[in-house]
Each structure stands twice: as C-alpha cells, then as structure tokens.
Design a protein around this ligand. Sequence first.
Ligand SMILES: Cc1cc2nc3c(=O)[nH]c(=O)nc-3n(C[C@H](O)[C@H](O)[C@H](O)COP(=O)(O)OP(=O)(O)OC[C@H]3O[C@@H](n4cnc5c(N)ncnc54)[C@H](O)[C@@H]3O)c2cc1C
Length: 447
Amino acid sequence: MNKRTFLKLFAALMASPSISSLPAWANEKLKNWAGNLEYSTDRLYSATSLTQIRDYVKKENKFKVLGTRHCFNNIADSTNSFLSLKSMDKVVDLDAAAHTVTINAGMTYGQLCPYLDAKGFALHNLASLPHISVAGAVTTATHGSGETNGNLATAVSALELVTASGDVVNLSRAHEGETFLAAVVGLGAIGVITKVTLDIQPTYTMRQYVYENLPLAAVNDHFDAIESSGYSVSLFTDWQKQRINEVWIKTRDDQTHPFEATPEFFGATKAKKNLHPIAELSAENCTEQMGVPGPWYERLPHFRMGFTPSAGKELQSEYFVPRPHAVEAILAIERLRDQVSPHLLISEIRAIAADNLWMSPCYHQSCVTIHFTWKQDWPAVSQLLPVIEKELAPFHARPHWGKLFKTSPAVLKSIYTQMPAFIELAKKYDPQGKFRNDFLNENIFAS
Ligand SMILES: Cc1cc2nc3c(=O)[nH]c(=O)nc-3n(C[C@H](O)[C@H](O)[C@H](O)COP(=O)(O)OP(=O)(O)OC[C@H]3O[C@@H](n4cnc5c(N)ncnc54)[C@H](O)[C@@H]3O)c2cc1C
C-alpha cells in the first residue's frame, strides 16, 4: 500500500461512524468523468440515510456534494471534502394520480427511466446520455433538445434539501413559488438535495432518423422548419464544407403529426445505417436509429446506458443563445471554422424552450445551444473560448454551468438578472458559505 492509499484509508476510518466510507476509490485519484479535472481533495464520504447526511452537514465546515462527476469545470470541486449520495438511489414514491415520481437524490436517469417505463410512465426529455445523476443534472440546468421541451430541471415539481444548519427544507412548485423557482437550478449553492420529485407522463415510444449533409444554406433559410420537424432535433457539425454533417430527428409515435421520414430533408439524405455523431466512430454505443420504434428512454439520449458514451477523452463547452438570434449565432461560429475545427471533435446545435427557473440559461427565453466537444487540449481550448465568446457576446450568450467557459463574472451578472436575489436566497440557507467553492465564489458570489 502506498502512502497516498494509506492516507485515504486512514481518513476513511477516521470518519464519523455514521458515514460509510467505502474505500473502493482508494487506489485511484478522484477525477471528473472526462479526467480533465483532478479534484482538490479525495476525502469522500458516502451517506446512506437522511440522518447521516444531516449529521455530516452539521459536522463539516465546508464540502461539496459529488454527483456522477460529469461536469467539465470545477463547479463540483472541493478543497475540503465530498459527500456522495450514490448509495441513495431508490424510488421513494410513484404517485400515478398526481403524475409525479419522488426519488432519492443519488439516482441516475439510467436507473430511473426503465423503472418508470415499466410502470407505464415517462419523462418529457433526457440529456445526450442517461449516466448522469438527476440532482446534478437539474442543479446545473442540463438539457436535451426540442423547441417545446424545457430543460430537465423544468420537470422538477418539488425538492427536499438539507440546508447548512442541517435542517430539512421542502420546496414545491405548488407552495413555495419564487423560492422554489430560485432553488431548482441551485448550482449546488442552496443545500444538499436529498429528494427530487419529477413530473411524469404516460409512457410513449419514439423513432429516431438521421440525415447526412444538410447544406448550411438550408439552416439559414429554413431553421425554424428544421427545428420543428421532430420532438427533439440535434444538428451535428464539424463546421467544414458549409454543411451540417448529421441531423438527428427524434419523433414521438403519439404525436399528431409524427415526422415523415422522406429520403431527403432540406437537401440532406437519409442515413443508411446507424451513425455516431462523429461519423467515423462506431455507432455501437449510440441509441437505435433508422426509424426503429423503441421506448422513449432508449431514443431521447444519443448514447446507450451500459456503454461508454461520447468519444471519451474530451472537453466540452456550450453556449445558450436566445432563439431569435439562432441563425446569426450559428453563422458567426461558422466564420470561425478555421480556428475551431483543428481542436474540435464535433459540435451540436439543439433547441430548448423558455422556463422560469432563476439561474437557468433559458430563464424567460427560448434558446438554441451551440455545443463544442473538444479534443482534450485545454491550452488550445482556453485560447479559443474568448474568441467564441466575443462572437456570441452581441447575443448575450450564456455558458452551460457544467462545461468549460471563460465568460467573466461581470458578464454573467449582467445576463442573469436574478443573480442578486439568488445570492440572497443562498445566503439565507447557507450564511457561512458551507456549500461554496472556488467556482461559486468566483462566478456568483464575488459578482
Ligand atoms: C459525456 C457527457 C455528455 C453530456 N451531455 C449533456 C447534455 O446532453 N446536456 C447537458 O445540458 N449537459 C450535458 N452534460 C453535462 C452534465 O449533464 C452536467 O455537467 C451535469 O451537472 C452532470 O451531473 P453530475 O451529477 O455528473 O454532476 P457533478 O459534476 O457530480 O456535480 C455538478 C454539480 O451538482 C452538484 N450536486 C450534485 N448532486 C447534488 C446534490 N444531491 N445536492 C446538491 N448539489 C448536488 C455538485 O455539487 C456540483 O455543483 C454532459 C456531460 C458529459 C460528460
């Protein structure tokens, strides 16, 4: 046993007896999913009950909850310690009459979705992969696509939180109004989310079609028609050759007008086999395409549960642009193609409906997102981000809270009108900054 491993095991053994500190991680450095960020501590405690969480919160002066570690920036990082709710991954209650499900906050979408489907229910949308925790996703305003679909946090109808004092607070859409709307996309600053209640709907089946080589001119001329062609639409591009490489259209079988898969789509041609967003890669880890019907949770994400999603070694950035500026913004990035492409694996353009969650990038505005999956070269990407952000600044683009950005705190403050009120609320539940870390201090609380 090396010294580092010994120290980890020792720290685990010294932890409160009410916290189970399983040393499964003892031989590895604690990193985020992409491996681009080694967290500042590897003190990690795993709680298995609300009582353990409350004891831990009361005992610690500073810590972060760690979800499934899928953020690319340091929003989840801590120099002190981490609390994991991974073992708390059960459904608490499915209320068929109210159309809600309440889950423990350690649960992932990958665990929840098959359960819901088996009971005859579904969620309104999912992100590109199901491997992420529900709590981590909603607190960072994670989204899928579909111009009538709000981000994943819009499905939250109630939260149970443990605040910095160790008290349990319940907030619901029905009863707490603005406080609830402030807390849902809470960026990990409001409290430890211990339970989440989500809106559900009757289960549905979907089909997914992929088209190749959509001319950029078609995006310019027919963007609204393209985006409204399916329940969820994604455009993948490497910004080369004046074209969108792939259009992924996900259509619900219960829609009044499901997508009709003609051989051509605004000049793009229907794919003849399943494709990965990066066409050269195997589609093995991608959800089924070619119009094969299947359950909602096996079509809404691009990547299948049980497979390593995406390209693996990568970085991600993403910017939300108000929908009326979608085409202008896309063309602005296309003009940067020679700078962007050498560092890019693939870009994705999606549409998201407006919401009323204070810290959501879609607060009171429907958006398109322009996403970049980068090669894992932070020195190059960090030089490029300010260039991209300058191009998108006229549109007041908002960066994804869980991905890499360089937007200054002053700009964030100017584009998040509710930030001062959000800070006040966070201070009410966490007066001493127990849940704050460098990311929050720099981007939110110092502004
Ligand atoms: C391959 C890949 C694909 C992705 N696809 C998408 C996509 O399609 N759409 C999109 O919008 N994003 C996407 N993301 C980003 C991802 O959804 C977000 O980063 C999300 O926050 C991940 O959740 P997590 O649990 O892994 O978060 P973590 O990184 O573990 O934590 C994120 C934040 O949530 C807080 N948190 C977690 N659990 C709790 C809790 N119980 N109580 C309080 N705070 C908590 C943490 O403290 C931290 O502040 C993708 C990321 C990857 C790696």
